[in-house]
Write a protein that binds this ligand. Structure first.
Ligand SMILES: Cc1cc2nc3c(=O)[nH]c(=O)nc-3n(C[C@H](O)[C@H](O)[C@H](O)COP(=O)(O)O)c2cc1C
Length: 147
């Protein structure tokens, strides 16, 4: 896919009072998206339901972060971390996510993610950290300069 570099520079801020919620099946396909998730990601709910959650994966995110996420889930643990996501219009938004299992009668049936806003300092820190991890792992690195 061809990207125009400048499109990546448009950030959508998650409003402080809003919480983004999604659920997936055990393979990571989206089964539920709340209204805020749709608004922030720029998708309609029916464009998200049934799609793999990597529909919002941003190329700045190192694969290693998602390996950690899935390893935690497979071990029956929750995962908490900071994610940069890609909007439908190729802009981006940062979230702090807590991803964990959904249990019915003690049986794992789905996963859920609850996300909240991230401070500017944390965004900058994580952009630099993720650039470093991608560089170390030989993944594509795109430099961004902050004022
Ligand atoms: C409940 C849940 C929520 C997730 N939320 C995100 C997310 O917001 N952004 C994202 O890039 N990946 C998210 N993932 C991880 C994706 O399933 C996927 O592993 C990741 O995007 C990496 O893509 P890849 O598997 O194609 O490498 C989530 C997974 C689960 C189970």
């Amino acid at each position: 896919m061809q990207y125009n570099e400048s499109e990546f520079l448009f950030e959508t801020e998650v409003p402080l009072e809003e919480i983004i919620i999604s659920r997936t099946d055990l393979k990571g396909n989206i089964t539920y998206a709340n209204e805020t998730f749709c608004e922030i990601s720029g998708y309609e709910a029916d464009e998200l339901i049934g799609k793999p959650h990597n529909i919002v994966r941003h190329p700045d995110m190192p694969s290693a972060i998602f390996s950690e996420l899935w390893e935690a889930l497979y071990n029956g643990e929750h995962w908490r971390g900071i994610i940069k996501n890609l909007r439908k219009d190729r802009g981006y938004y940062w979230v702090e996510a807590i991803v964990s299992g959904v249990f019915k009668d003690g049986v794992l049936v789905e996963y859920k993610s609850i996300r909240s806003p991230v401070s500017r300092d944390e965004k900058i820190m994580h952009q630099k950290l993720y650039d470093k991890i991608r560089e170390e792992n030989g993944e594509k690195v795109r430099k961004i300069t902050y004022e």
